[in-house]
Design a protein around this ligand. Structure first.
Ligand SMILES: [Zn+2]
Length: 90
């Protein structure tokens, strides 16, 4: 059986490289809409945050997503992220 190498992605908050499934993907599509992408399959520019409250809090405080996407990311997106991460914290 062929083994696929798990792709590594970088958390925007702690800058650690982790396996994709340990991270939550956030995507900015062509229209500039920022959404949470649990399937990892949406089109657009992706950013990743660990499923960790600490990483989330830091990302919110430093507005890490605004930096990555070079746009204003609404509080709603951060709130949605928070819920998602709290439910699935690892
Ligand atoms: Zn992290």
């Amino acid at each position: 059986m062929k083994k696929r190498k798990a792709p590594l992605r970088k958390c925007v908050s702690c800058n650690e490289m982790k396996h994709k499934r340990e991270l939550l993907r956030i995507v900015c599509n062509k229209l500039g809409e920022v959404t949470i992408d649990k399937t990892g399959k949406k089109d657009g520019r992706g950013a990743y945050v660990c499923y960790s409250n600490a990483c989330f809090e830091k990302a919110r405080k430093t507005k890490a997503l605004n930096r990555v996407f070079k746009k204003q990311v609404s509080e709603e997106v951060y709130n949605h992220l928070e819920l998602e991460i709290k439910e699935n914290e690892r």
